[in-house]
Design a binder for this molecule. Structure first.
Ligand code: ADP
Ligand code: MG
Length: 631
């Protein structure tokens, strides 16, 4: 539609002058001061620098300077560096698809100089002195000799001085500097062997010495708290290798700012890889938290295209499924191999030598430190239970378990699956299929306390187990493993459990019926106002079917209609295991405790319940000795 008042004005077609072309290009490449820093630092890395220093004034608005000790430039190259499409990094189309450097488009310096006053000082190792050159609004000056250290310094002043519209969009100095800080961090994480410093308004913000140890660089750059709480990963996939570090579940954060993915040294943002990271931690952390992960993907440059985004922060993979599979495979393998039992947190002693006073009237909080102490005290008062090899744990074949008569006949705690259950999804590499946890000797000395906790000894000290949380995890893993192998057999209940449900709830339930049937939960319409639970799998013999259906109906009422099948299955397994697990307050027999402990060693992710809360805390010998003043 034409707007009557604004006639279309057409100029004759003309090729735009360079100064204008560079301003247009800058719009894509140079969004804010941090974009300039990204380009300059990447150039320094490409130049082989081992030391890079970044100095910023006023959020980068007035001045940014990057100095490196890299290869420097010859006179002729320095003149060309600011020209558009001038690059030393690719020569032909073939190179474009096998890029080994961070830069290759040859437009960064041209764009930067198009919207600022830029100064270049450079000197190659073989040269006796340096040269200096100024460029502004795409006019490049004559190089003049000057004194200089080996390497290159590029100083950028008055960014966007000639593009007021852009200048208006800049945020506060501290916001802009925050982006610069992030940018330098990314490079520092990608290249631990390079020393980085970052200074803002005369204040040192980062000072990172070079290191061969990437974990050390991560802790120094991100958070000292991560020291000793990162797990190294190294996973060889079909088409790529994944290395890096992931945080223990306990260091998960409220934001995803501690997630970094590098592809051949380039920081990228890839939704499916980030999703895989989260997925790998499912059930190990609270669903609202984000795991810490610094992941380096090493892949043949021919397998992806970086030339799809002006800032090269997104890439396109030949095979769209690769990124997700690769990252999930690498992380899951590590998480399943690792003992994630949470160490107990013990209050630090005050200066006067006393322990922080305990408010006597404070109500006992479950899991509180006081209760832990009390439980421990009691543990030591009670005579230890001797190992009881006489009480055998039921071992039954799958079909034996399934053909048992009434659901209640086999105690679900002692009815255990005959084989190790693997939760590895189909299609992942062989490393995933291998039994991830080397089975440990199950703990044989234990005692149930307050009908709620199990205290036991293991080879590292004393563990305290939340019986409900652990049983929940066991049921969850067993159900998941079985469901992956095919639908579970349902056993008819002698008496159906009747639950009231309105029309909408009944139709909601229809949606998940196939999933329920897979698990062996049989629910049918009973009459106009109610549903009947008529069958359950033997594993869920203790399921409080009424409570389960109620919470499932509530969940479906609120659940997003677009929620995927896989997520739905996890939710339902979560709910079913919660409502079928032994409760706090249930007294357990020795055989039942033993069965729990044996199965704890056999299942995956036993350290956390399906909601991500810990099942187990450990007081190791060092902590005990310290507390008892033996050290
Ligand atoms: P690109 O990095 O895509 O090649 P740039 O515009 O960023 O394009 O840089 C143009 C050229 O200038 C580079 O190809 C490189 O040869 C040279 N150059 C830029 N910065 C440096 C530096 N810090 N040290 C050595 N050479 C550099
Ligand atoms: Mg570059």
């Amino acid at each position: 539609m034409q707007v009557a008042d604004t006639p279309v004005v057409r100029r004759p077609i003309a090729i735009l002058p360079d100064s204008l072309i560079n301003k247009i290009a800058a719009g894509e490449v140079v969004e804010r001061p941090a974009s300039v820093i990204k380009e300059l630092v990447e150039n320094s890395i490409d130049a082989g620098a081992t030391r890079i220093s970044v100095v910023i004034e006023n959020g980068g608005r007035t001045m940014m300077r990057v100095t490196d000790n890299g290869c420097g430039m010859a006179d002729a190259d320095a003149r060309l560096a600011f020209a558009r499409h001038a690059t030393s990094k690719i020569g032909d189309v073939g190179d474009l698809f096998s890029i080994q450097t961070l830069g290759f488009r040859g437009e960064a310096l041209a764009s930067v100089a198009g919207v600022s006053h830029a100064t270049l000082i450079t000197r190659r190792p073989a040269d006796s002195g340096g040269i200096r050159l100024e460029a502004s609004e795409s006019v490049v000056g004559e190089p003049t000799p000057c004194a200089a250290a080996v390497g290159t310094t590029i100083e950028v002043r008055d960014l966007f001085y000639c593009v007021p519209a852009r200048r208006k969009f800049l945020r506060s100095d501290s916001t802009e500097f925050g982006h610069i800080h992030d940018m330098v961090l990314r490079s520092a994480l990608a290249f631990p062997e390079i020393a980085f410093t970052l200074e803002h308004n005369g204040r040192k913000v980062l000072e990172l010495p070079p290191t061969a140890d990437a974990a050390e660089r991560i802790a120094a750059a991100l958070d000292k708290d991560l020291r000793g709480r990162l797990m190294a990963i190294d996973h060889e996939g079909d088409t790529a290798r994944v290395t890096g570090f992931i945080g223990l579940p306990e260091v998960a954060r409220g934001t995803n700012r501690h997630q970094f993915i590098f592809l051949n040294g380039r920081y990228i943002r890839d939704r499916s890889m980030l999703h895989a990271m989260k997925e790998a931690y499912r059930g190990l952390i609270d669903p609202h938290q984000h795991p810490v992960g610094i992941i380096y993907v090493h892949m043949d440059p021919a397998a992806f295209d970086v030339n799809v985004h002006p800032q090269k922060i997104e890439v396109r993979f030949r095979d769209a499924n690769t990124p997700f599979r690769l990252v999930l495979g690498a992380l899951r393998q590590k998480l399943l191999q690792t003992d994630l039992t949470r160490p107990a947190v013990i209050a630090t002693r005050q200066d006067d030598g006393g322990v922080s006073p305990v408010r006597p009237s404070a109500p006992a909080q479950p899991n509180s430190l006081d209760e832990t102490r009390q439980v421990l005290a009691e543990f030591f008062r009670q005579p230890p239970i001797e190992p009881q090899p006489a009480l055998p744990i039921h071992r039954m074949e799958n079909n034996a378990a399934n053909s048992t008569g009434a659901a209640g006949a086999v105690h679900p705690l002692t009815a255990r699956p005959a084989e190790k259950i693997s939760t590895a999804p189909d299609g992942d590499g062989p490393a995933e299929r291998a039994s991830p946890q080397t089975p440990l000797r199950p703990m044989t000395k234990f005692v149930q306390l307050h009908n709620r906790y199990i205290a036991a000894e293991d080879d590292q000290g004393i563990v305290l187990i939340d019986q409900h949380a652990l049983h929940e995890r066991i049921l969850y893993e067993e159900l998941l493993g079985r469901v992956r192998g095919g639908p579970l057999e349902s056993q008819r209940l002698l008496l159906p459990v009747i639950v009231e449900a309105n029309e909408r709830q009944t139709s909601n339930l229809d949606r998940v019926r196939p999933t329920l049937e897979k698990i062996g939960i049989e629910i049918n319409r009973f009459d106009a106002q109610s549903l009947a639970v008529q069958g359950l799998p033997p594993l869920l013999a203790r399921l409080d079917a009424y409570a389960f259906i109620r919470s499932l109906l509530d969940y479906l009422d609120e659940a997003d209609r677009t929620i995927g099948d896989e997520e739905l299955l996890h939710e339902i397994l979560d709910m079913a295991s919660c409502k079928a697990a032994i409760k706090a307050g249930d007294a357990l027999t020795t055989a039942e405790i033993e069965a729990l402990l044996v199965r704890r060693e056999e299942i995956d992710r036993s350290s956390n319940c399906p909601h991500g809360r810990p099942t187990t805390i450990r007081l190791n010998f060092a902590q005990l000795e310290k507390q008892f003043k033996r050290r």
